[in-house]
Each structure stands twice: as C-alpha cells, then as structure tokens.
Design a protein around this ligand. Sequence first.
Ligand SMILES: [Zn+2]
Length: 489
Amino acid sequence: MAEISDLNSATALLGWDQQTYMPPGGVIARGNQIGTLSSLAHSKFVSQDVGVLLEDLKPYAESLDPDSDDFCLIEVTSRDYDKQKKVPSDFVAEFSRVTVVAHSAWEEARKNDDFSHFQPHLEKIVEMRRQYADFFAPYEHVYDPLLDDFEPGMKTAEVQEIFSELRPKQVELIKAIGEKPEVDDSFLHQSFEDQKQWDFGEQAITKYGYDWDRGRQDKATHPFTTNFGVGDVRITTRVDPNFLNTALFGTLHEAGHAIYEQGVSPDLERTPLGGGASLAIHESQSRMYENLLGRAYDFWVYFYPKLQEIFSTQLGNVDLDTFYKGINKVAPSLIRVEADEATYNLHIMLRLELEIALMEGKLMVADLPAAWNERMDDYLGVVPSNDAEGVLQDVHWSSGVLGYFPTYSLGNLVSNQLWEKINLDIPSLSSQIQGGDFSELLAWLHENVHRHGSKFKPQELVTRIVGSRIAPEPYLKYLNEKFGSIYQL
Ligand SMILES: [Zn+2]
C-alpha cells in the first residue's frame, strides 16, 4: 500500500507541474508518464497478492476495535479492492481513451458553441457509465455506483430526498430576494494590483493556520489543491486584476481543502486512509473557510481595515457594511462557478437531475441542451443564449465524470451542520474571529474531522460529530438568516 501511495503521489506531482509550470510542449510526454504511473499503481493494487493478503487479514480484523487505524485500513482497502476488481482493465483503458478524445471535442464544441460536435462523445460516455454501473449490479439505482466513487456509501435515493426538500425553499428565497433592491458591488470591479491581492490572500490563510513549511501557493488557470503526503500540501489560485473576489475567495477556499489534508494524522501516511474522507467532507472544509468565515461579518471586522489600507484608493470610502453586502450579493446567473451562496445549489440540482435522467435512459443526450435551458428558467429564472454558457460550461462530463456534482452541495450542507456544533462547543467563536484568532476553530476541526483521514465513511463521520446524517435544515436556516438580514426579507 505504501508503494502504491508513493506512485500516486508521484503522479499527483506530475499533474501539479502540468497545471502550473510545464511548457505546452510537454503535454504528450506528460500524458504518457502519468498513464504509465497510474496503470502501474492500478495493477499493483488489483494483484492476486493483495487479495490473498486481505483474505489472510480477515481474522485479525475481527479481533480489532472498529475505531482503530488497523481495522479501518483493512476495511477501506478491502472495499476499494473489491470495487476495482469488478472493473475489467480493458474497460478502464478503453474508457480513458474515450474520455481523452471527448475532452478535446468538448473544448472545441464549447469554443464554437456547437453542442452537436460533443454529442456523440457524450453518448458514448453515458453508455459506458451504464456498463460501469452494471459491473456493480445488483444496485438500488443505476446512479448509485457512480455516486459511491465520490461519496462512499451514499445512495441516490437519499440525495434525491435531501435535494427535494432543499429545492423549493431555495427557489422561494431567491424569488424573495429578487423583489428587493439590488445590492451594490461595483467597488469590487475595479483595478486591484495582482501582487497586493496575492499578498492579502496569503496573509489571511496564514491566520487561518495554513502551514507554509508544509505548503506553497502557485498560479493556475483552474485553481485546485493537491498533496504528496501530509508534509507537502499545495494550493493554486488565479488572479483577476479587475475583480477582487476571484483570487480572494479562491485562495480562502483552497486553503480549506489544504488545511484538511495538512491535518490528517501522520500515522495514516502512505496508506489508503491518508486523505480526506470524501469529496463532500472536503468541500465542507473549503466552503467553511471560504463562506462561513470568508463571507462572514465577523471575519471582516478583523480583516477589512487591513484590506482598506492595502487598497485605500479603491476601498477607502467603502464602509464595512457596504463591503459585507457587496461580497454577499445574490444574483441568479448562468455560470455555476460564479454563483453566489444562495443560488449555487440550484446549479447543482439541475445537473444531478439531468445526470440521473441520462443514466436512467429517460433523457436522450440530443435533448440535453433543451432540458438544461428549461430547468435554468424554472429554478433560476435565467436562460443561456448559447450552449457554451449553458450545457457546455463544465469540464466534468467531457472527462467521463458523472456522480461528482452532488458532492458540492452536500459539502455546503455538511459545513453548516458542523458550524452549528462548533458554535455550541466554542461559545466565544464569533469574538475570536473578530479578533483574527482561528486557532480554537482549527483545533476543533483537527480533533473532530481532519485527523481521521478517510477512516470513516462520510455519513458515519458526520453522525459521529453532530449526531445525525447529512441534512439540509442547518443550511436553510443559515441562508434564511443571513440573506434575510442583508436583504431585509
Ligand atoms: Zn473545492
């Protein structure tokens, strides 16, 4: 397992370089290198030897405390092994060929606003995702095996139930906001020096507790976090010289992911447990640092005077209240990655519903753009004038990834469930944040979330901490209180 983990870390390092410093000419060689290392890691993992070792360990596991590292290691490794064994390696190779071609077809389709160019590739991908699901038959729902790859143990029915409770209430909130006067955020769209934006972001995440001895920040077109062990967790960001939010909230978000990885117990290093529990749990950490802290009034009580000093010409005459409302402006928009807190989940629900309909065969790929636009109108009241700003905007489907989107919304929900508990456990949190002190919060997250790595399934981890499964109520309460006060609803 340690050798496989090393191979995966080396692959991740090559991927980090590809997205930060590699010259364009390196792309083919890099593809080969990553391909070789990944298939080496895969074949080492699904080998007969591993199966025999796992079988031999079963009686030992039965003698262990289910919370112990060893028990969880055997449990999680066996689960991954059983899953990966079910997928023939020629299918894996074929799928990877299909998605490489589909990805470049998607890039071109998006550039030329021509969905029909991407359509046959997506049809192939959907067909192969159904075949993939069938390797795990019998299942309750054809979407379950896809979801399970990102949220171990999560079922489609449960996500649908959560979302069907969430959707009408969020639509209602957005309608109410839409009837109120627009919030002014024009001061965020000015010229802000790159280096000063960069420095402020680093200052903020240093306060958060991001450890620079075990990390660094670089520029990338699509920001991400990656790690090669608990001692090397890197983040990336992009800077827009004419919009303050891009680098600022991007950096705060990625720092949340990185602080999580930096907090995984070193005892779990070089094992399958040495990383975040799931995408939703990961996103709960990034959203917490981006939104529950970074878009909160308390945070800016401490940081706003500092930001004003750095950008005195741009923000000198903008008071804290105006700034706070500006960074929390709600406006239904076409693009998911630019969506505000109140509208974001609706972008996700639309994608989930379409993915499920595609997998069930109830929606044909050819009808996808129309279905997309119809739901945009229903949920957000805006309709894209072209597919590039609509159905073609996200990279996920072109890479063969279905089942990923719901984890973004689940992360939002989990972040608020944790936040309620944190505020009960740390009654003075609000004043600590106003004083720029995030240490007690970090210690809490470390103790309850970070150190466990992926020992526990996401639902199990959430239940251990807050006493119930992933649920929408705390998130809805948060949205209603926050935006009720900003928009005087
Ligand atoms: Zn994220």
